[in-house]
Design a protein around this ligand. Structure first.
Ligand SMILES: Cc1ncc(C[n+]2csc(CCOP(=O)(O)OP(=O)(O)O)c2C)c(N)n1
Ligand SMILES: CC(=O)[C@@H](O)[C@H](O)COP(=O)(O)O
Ligand SMILES: [Mg+2]
Length: 641
């Protein structure tokens, strides 16, 4: 159990207005206490640590200088916003982070007026900030927009689309590029190299020259604090940065942990009559917590941990393998004998298991950065040129590349393989990260094959099946976390496209499962059997093409049919219903029910609780069957005996 740190100064700050009453000289102590509070909090809750630690000073300085919430502070992704939450009236609930009913791990409009824009997917902050800035400008109301975006998030096209369009905001828009030279993994690509060059080639300016440069830049007298600050601002001298070419006034790079640098620069930017301005701030991910600073991932996302040792509570270990690793290792093995296989990740090498593949086949693994759209079209190009690309992207992040999936892959019928991780509900990351929609948005596309793995052995077979499938696009989905502990196959099996399997044969009730709820369907079958209701359980494996032969037979030979899937309305259930009606099977009082995710955005909670809330569990499957049986042929529920 971690002890709580002493935080006498932080205890006097509930909201930013309290912070602004402090002397600037007190802010160092405040930031230290804020950091200690954050470490102790995440030690007891788990969550995103490294990014927040890196912006403790920046958060303090922004709230000190700007008039939040009138000035709109928008955190990109929002995973670094824990210090912000502590300073904006949420400290009393901070230890509920990411737990059911507790604070979100990201910014959320419904949570606080200090969160003007919700996030969790990256690279939206500049566009949203521009929206706030322009709206205020048009209305003549006070308030700037401050978008804080990381170097990783800055790799996504959306950030450039927004910057390209930002001139209209004038001095209402401030972008702070928080450059810690890290994404979740080390950042990749030309932009990252460019930023690194800017930082490494920068130098301290003399105080006098800094002051005059800033004065010239913003056409006004600089604040006296700046005259005292030693800020390295090569960009101010030379101009010509990428950001300046896009229409921004560039300020930086600035040491993002030095409050004496940050505050005067922010004050000048706040009071500038020119804009939009981009401040390039250099920080360290994990700053101020040894175990985080020293770890390769800077403690980006952690389990609960012991603050003294930094040791995370990752459970006993030795259980079934994580799906992502099953995928990565299987693909690596397949690529040993197939030189055409390659893998693409969009900044999630370890999350998707592509790191395992990359270890074995470094020249065939591509981390494109946070750039899902590019990643998909890149894969389409590879496929068009004869490669066998596997695009390994979380379900939720693939949403961003939907048009690329349709236009670049499906319409051209290119054999891109989509390994869709984090399918279904994901727990603590909540609604923004839930993989709810992929069955729905993929199974409607002509040419696509869509599979869902019921367990880790099935994932091996589906990875292999996808590798063999050269005739068009194919996707397979699997959830976050560990498998169910089934024996792993010696040799992967090539599944027949569009064919499901009967896992348990019965005669009265048919449960048609897609994905890992199969275990709940089997439990439900046991319970139904105990009530004398003989139950068939099918693992459909394919949402598209459906095993229409098997489904028709099951419908014709069973009294009640229930579909079960870890996806939204419009997925498997809708396709089975359409098939049934196409075949005329719905004309004669068919008792068919579809269990799927509810038509709401479910908040964060433990995954099993989320599934209970969704009714995707054995008790609700049983209940659904019993209710269906009580319906008469006119669809009216018969009175209970
Ligand atoms: C569209 C999208 N793709 C991937 C992610 C997963 N993700 C969350 S944070 C992160 C790294 C962000 O790096 P950066 O912006 O530099 O922030 P840092 O963690 O370094 O503070 C990634 C890849 C995401 N949230 N959104
Ligand atoms: C902030 C973000 O988008 C990621 O850090 C995400 O939380 C990772 O999720 P997993 O833990 O499922 O990889
Ligand atoms: Mg970063």
């Amino acid at each position: 159990m971690n002890s709580r740190p002493d935080t006498p100064l932080l205890d006097t700050v509930d909201v930013p207005a309290d912070l602004r009453k402090l002397e600037q000289g007190q802010l160092r102590q405040l930031a230290d206490e804020l950091r200690a509070e954050m470490i102790s909090t995440v030690g007891s809750t788990g969550g995103h640590l490294g990014s927040g630690l890196g912006v403790v000073e920046l958060t303090t300085a922004i709230h000190y200088v700007f008039n939040t919430p009138t000035d709109r502070l928008i955190w990109d992704v929002g995973h670094q916003a824990y210090p912000h939450k502590i300073l904006t009236g949420r400290r009393d609930r901070i230890r509920t982070l990411r737990q059911g009913g507790g604070l979100s791990g990201f910014t959320k409009r419904s949570e606080s007026e200090y969160d003007p824009f919700g996030a969790a997917h990256s690279s939206t902050s500049i566009s949203a900030g521009l929206g706030f800035a322009v709206a205020n400008k048009l209305a003549g109301t006070p308030g700037k927009a401050i978008a804080v975006i990381g170097d990783g998030a800055m790799s996504a096209g959306m950030a450039y689309e927004a910057m390209n369009n930002a001139e209209q905001a004038g001095n209402r828009l401030v972008v702070i590029l928080n450059d810690n030279d890290m994404s979740i993994a080390p950042p990749v690509g030309g932009l990252s190299a460019y930023l690194a060059r800017m930082v490494s080639s920068s130098e301290y300016l003399g105080l006098r020259s800094l002051a005059s440069k800033v004065a010239r830049k913003f056409s006004r007298r600089v604040h006296s604090g700046l005259e005292r600050a030693e800020v390295y601002t090569r960009g101010m001298v030379t101009g010509g940065t990428l950001f300046e070419e896009l229409g921004f006034y560039y300020v930086g790079p600035i040491d993002g942990h030095n409050l004496d640098h940050l505050i005067p620069v922010l004050e000048n930017v706040r009071d500038s009559e020119q804009g939009p301005i981009l401040i390039h701030v250099v920080t360290k991910k994990g700053k101020g917590y040894g175990p985080a600073e020293e770890s390769a991932d800077k403690y980006h996302g952690v389990a609960k941990f012991d603050v003294v040792s930094g040791k995370q509570d990752k459970g006993p270990g030795g259980g079934p393998p994580a799906y992502q690793n099953v995928f990565g290792e299987t693909l690596a093995k397949l690529a040993d004998t197939d030189p055409l296989i390659c893998a693409i990740t969009a900044a999630m090498p370890s999350g998707t298991g592509v790191d395992k593949f990359a270890k074995a086949h470094p020249d065939k693994a591509f981390d494109v950065g946070i750039a899902e759209q590019h990643g998909v079209t890149f894969a389409a190009g590879l496929a068009a040129q004869g490669m066998r690309p596997f695009c390994a992207i979380y379900s939720t992040f693939l949403q961003r590349a939907f048009d690329q999936v349709v236009h670049d892959v499906a319409i051209q019928n290119l054999p891109v393989r989509f390994a869709i991780d984090r399918a279904g509900l994901v727990g603590a990351d909540g609604a923004t990260h839930a993989g709810s929609f992929d069955i729905t948005y993929l199974a409607t596309l002509p040419n696509f094959v869509v599979m869902a793995a019921a367990d880790e052995a099935e994932l091996v077979h589906m990875t292999y099946t996808a590798a063999c499938h050269d005739s068009g696009p194919i996707a397979f989905r699997y959830p976050r976390g560990a498998g169910v502990g089934v024996p792993m196959p010696e040799t992967p099996q090539r599944l027949e496209i569009g064919k499901g399997r009967i896992v348990r044969q019965g005669s009265k009730i048919a449960l048609l499962s897609l994905g890992t709820r199969l275990a709940e369907a089997l439990k439900a079958a046991d319970q139904l059997e105990a009530k004398g209701l003989s139950t068939t359980v099918a693992d459909l494996r394919f949402a598209k093409p459906l095993d229409s032969e098997m489904i028709e037979k099951l419908i014709r030979t069973h009294e009640v049919v229930v579909t079960v899937e870890e996806g939204s309305i419009g997925g498997l259930g809708a396709h089975v219903l359409t098939l049934a009606s196409d075949l005329g099977l719905t004309d004669a009082g068919l008792k068919i029910r579809t269990l799927r995710l509810p038509d709401i955005f479910q908040d964060h909670d433990a995954p099993e609780k989320q599934y209970d809330e969704a009714g995707l569990n054995a008790p609700n499957i049983v209940d659904t069957v019993l209710k269906a049986l009580r319906h008469n042929s006119a669809g009216v529920e018969e009175a209970r005996a």
